[in-house]
Structures are given as structure tokens and as C-alpha cells.
Design a protein around this ligand. Structure first.
Ligand code: GDP
Ligand code: IMO
Ligand code: MG
Length: 426
């Protein structure tokens, strides 16, 4: 199998987990490399539904190994909860889940700070998931973070926690006027997590290097989406990690020469959770219809997802910054009942046509989407198993997406279940 990176090419929730679950069949290792429990990755197999936040979606498959790489911010309580939860469904992570010693640990104070900051920001809030992601990455970059390996060393852990939490308490008490957090109970709690996680902690760089040497297949599972990337997204309305394909390398310790395919997952339309620009958003009417048919509610926070038409300008930019080799188009079935479907082909800013995604927020906020209308297919696609059986108009829609983005469609998804997937020359 080629080594593959799967990334979201819009604003997250594109159906990455479904694509990763499908491709895990051909892989040996599935690797999370950035983000944390802000992710909500849904896999549906038979009548079982799993929502993963930290565990790689590949864990569903017996015998496949899973890695949480150094680029992830790991909330130990959440991870232990997920490990316990999948065990009740017959999935045992022992001996095939590996956590990087160098991954950052999310502390209770990170979550508290995330929530306090959002509340204080009022109408300027980012609309974060409240999972402590921003503050945890902040500490990583400020070089005061606690790493997974530190959880296993009692004295070191205490020292790291004292330093980090003292700094957090300055902000918690002086800026937000909230009571300080005591180090003692956090130390006891995290020490216990360390003991529970000890069997999983490993040198993941060495594990992946060995896997590459043995020609095993690596599948990298991106979280969030390209436009939530801290550099390439709609800053400041972004998450705090690099979500683009290049982060797979830095966030796992595998070099770029190991990657052969980069798959950009896109919905056949567009959604976004949280605040920030969204040029093709449809407010009310059809937007609500897309939300209802597509069940567009966040897998992590349950929030309504904002919905709109497919934006080819956005995905064209995603193709560039990720080096996409293929698109995986999901949720085409959600458009089955529409009479006609719009695709955004370009933008208009201050009366001028623009074909590329503007990097300045000010310009982005003035964008008007330019649409092209295609006829709908008005038939049920959810049972189709071969691309040649697609309705002519559905085929035309897909072909037009690929043409506008200039990346071939390698996979098509026509429903949430594993079997509702069509491979198209990938
Ligand atoms: P992720 O974060 O990118 O993994 O995506 P989420 O799991 O947050 O959201 C995708 C949602 O769409 C999940 O509820 C999936 O079960 C569902 N889904 C995925 N592919 C399809 C599809 O082709 N059709 C339909 N109707 N639902 C899908
Ligand atoms: P998956 O992996 C959709 C959004 C939040 C908010 C912004 C910053 O399921 O696609 P954060 O908590 O990361 O600081 O929030 O990013 N966000 C997501 N939106 N899918 C996700 O993950 C997201 N993870 C974060 O809504 O706008
Ligand atoms: Mg999601």
C-alpha cells in the first residue's frame, strides 16, 4: 500500500474518519499527528456507531496498530475514557496502541483557560470546542508544557506541573478573577493517569521507522480541516495546530519522502462549526435543509453546523497547500433530493472577480461567492456500489468538482456506512 495522508480539505467534519476506516483495511499503522479531543471522528459499521476524539479510527480493525504522535495534544482522562468505551464494544487497544512520549498533555487548567477566554471574548469568541486545545499548544510553544513521558516520572511531573499551573493561575486569578487551581490534586490525578497509560507509552519515532523499513503501510489520520490550520486557515478563526498534510511528518517523526498519496476529504457541499468567514454559507431555507438531511450537528459539541454550497475556490487552495493527489468526496447522497445544486467557482471582492482564496481576513469578509448552477439528479444514490451506475447528473456534478479543483476523485461516499463507499481509480 502507498503511505497515505488523509486530511480535511474544508473546515473539518468532512468524513475523514469514514475514509480512514475504509482505507485501514490496506494499512498496518494508523497515526494521529495533530489536534486533540477537539476532533469528533465518526465511524459506522453495521449497526454500531463509534465517535473517536483521540483514538485513531483505525483501532476498529483487528490487528492494526495505532499511534498517537508527538504532534497531538493528549487529554489523558479523555483517552482512558475512550479506551474503556471501545473495550465495552469488544475492541481491545492493548498491544496495538502506542502513545508518543513527546506528545503534549492537556491539563485541567488548559480547559479552564480555553473556556474562560472564550466567555470573556463575547461576540469575538472563536467558538472553540472548549477542550483546552489552544492553551495546550500555547504551552508547548512556550516550552512549559507537560509531555506524555513526564507522566511516568513522579518528581519531574510535579516540577513541570508546578511551573505550568503557577503561570496558568496568574491568568486565571488576575485576568479572569477566578479561583486558582491547586497543584496537589492535579498531580495525584495525572500521576494515576500516567500509571494507567504506561503500557501504551513508547518511542513512536522508532516504531514508525521500523514499520517503514519493513514496508508496512502507514495511514495518517488528519483532524480538523485545511481552513482551520493555524497558518493556512481563516486566521484567527482557526484551531491551534497545523492541520495540513505536511504536519503528518512533523507530528509523527516520519520524513516527507515516506508519503506517496495525500487524500483531501471534501463534503459534496460545505459545513463549518464555530465562528469565522464562510463565503458559501446559506442562512435559513436551503442551509437548514442541508443540515437536516446531512445530520449536520457537531460530533464533539453537538452544535449546529453552518451549511452551504461546495466552494471550489476553497478546495483549490486546499489542493495547493496539501499537495492533494486525490479527492475523497463524501455525503453526495445528501444532495439526492435537490432540484438544482450550486457550486462556487470564484469570488468577487469589491466588484472584481478573484479565482484564488484571499489570505487576509478583511478581504475574505468582503467576498461574494460566484455560482454556477447544475441540475440535480433527484434519485437515491445510497445503494449504488459501482460508479458506472451513478445518475448522469451526479456524475456530471462530480466531474465538475474535480475539474474545478484540478484533482481527480479517488473515492466517493454515499452514506455513513463502511460499505457505502466507491473506489474510483485510487
Ligand atoms: P470527520 O470529523 O471528518 O471524521 O467527520 P465527522 O464524523 O465529524 O462528520 C461526518 C458525519 O457524516 C458523520 O456523522 C458520518 O457518519 C457521516 N458521513 C460520512 N460520510 C457520509 C456519507 O457519504 N453520507 C452520509 N449521509 N453521511 C456520511
Ligand atoms: P474534526 O477532526 C470541525 C473548530 C471549532 C472552532 C475552531 C477552534 O472532527 O474535523 P479549538 O477547540 O480547536 O480551539 O476550536 O476549530 N474545530 C472543528 N470544527 N471539526 C473539528 O474536528 C474541529 N476541531 C476544532 O469549532 O471553530
Ligand atoms: Mg468531526
Amino acid at each position: 500500500m502507498p503511505n497515505r495522508v488523509v486530511v480535511g480539505a474544508q473546515w473539518g467534519d468532512e468524513g475523514k474518519a469514514k475514509v480512514v476506516d475504509y482505507l485501514t483495511e490496506e494499512a498496518d499503522y494508523v497515526i494521529r499527528f495533530q489536534g486533540g479531543a477537539n476532533a469528533g471522528h465518526t465511524v459506522e459499521v453495521g449497526d454500531q456507531k463509534f465517535v473517536f476524539h483521540l483514538l485513531p479510527s483505525g483501532l476498529m480493525h483487528d490487528g492494526k496498530s495505532c499511534v498517537i504522535g508527538n504532534g497531538v495534544v493528549l487529554d489523558p482522562a479523555q483517552l482512558l475514557h475512550e479506551i474503556g468505551d471501545v473495550l465495552t464494544k469488544g475492541i481491545d487497544a492493548t498491544g496495538r496502541l502506542w502513545l508518543s512520549e513527546a506528545a503534549q498533555v492537556v491539563l485541567p487548567t488548559h480547559k479552564l483557560l480555553d473556556q474562560l477566554k472564550e466567555k470573556a471574548a463575547g461576540k469575538d469568541a472563536i467558538g472553540t470546542t472548549g477542550r483546552g486545545i489552544g492553551p495546550a499548544y500555547y504551552d508547548k510553544v512556550a516550552r512549559v508544557g507537560v509531555r506524555v513521558g513526564d507522566l511516568l516520572e513522579d518528581d519531574l511531573l510535579r516540577a513541570r506541573l508546578e511551573k505550568a499551573i503557577a503561570a496558568h493561575n496568574e491568568v486565571i486569578t488576575k485576568i479572569f478573577g477566578a479561583p486558582p487551581v491547586e497543584v496537589g490534586p492535579v498531580h495525584a490525578e495525572y500521576r494515576a493517569y500516567g500509571e494507567k497509560l504506561r503500557p501504551y507509552v513508547a518511542d513512536c519515532v522508532a516504531i514508525l521507522a521500523k514499520a517503514l523499513k519493513e514496508k508496512k503501510g502507514l495511514l495518517f489520520e488528519g483532524a480538523q480541516g485545511t481552513f482551520l490550520d493555524v497558518d493556512h486557515g481563516t486566521y484567527p478563526f482557526v484551531t491551534s495546530s497545523n492541520t495540513v498534510a505536511g504536519a503528518a511528518c512533523a507530528g509523527s517523526g516520519v520524513g516527507p519522502t515516506a508519503i506517496q498519496q495525500v487524500i483531501g476529504v471534501v463534503k459534496a457541499y460545505t459545513t463549518r462549526v464555530g465562528n469565522g468567514p464562510f463565503p458559501t454559507e446559506i442562512e435559513g431555507g436551503l442551509g437548514a435543509e442541508l443540515r437536516r438531511i446531512g445530520h449536520e450537528f457537531g460530533a464533539t459539541t453537538g452544535r449546529e453546523r453552518r451549511c452551504g454550497w461546495f466552494d471550489a475556490v476553497v478546495v483549490r487552495r486546499a489542493a495547493q497547500v496539501n499537495g492533494l493527489t486525490h479527492l475523497a468526496v463524501t455525503k453526495l447522497d445528501v444532495l439526492d433530493s435537490f432540484d438544482s445544486i450550486e457550486i462556487c467557482t470564484a469570488y468577487e471582492i469589491d466588484g472584481k472577480r478573484v479565482d484564488h482564496f484571499p489570505s487576509s481576513l478583511a478581504r475574505l469578509e468582503r467576498v461574494k461567492a460566484v455560482y454556477e448552477t447544475l441540475p440535480g439528479w433527484k434519485s437515491d444514490t445510497t445503494k449504488i456500489t459501482d460508479a458506472k451506475d451513478l445518475p448522469v447528473n451526479a456524475r456530471k456534478y462530480l466531474d465538475r468538482l474535480a475539474e474545478l479543483v484540478d484533482v481527480p476523485v479517488g473515492m466517493l461516499s454515499l452514506g455513513p456506512k463502511r460499505h457505502q463507499t466507491i473506489r474510483m481509480g485510487m
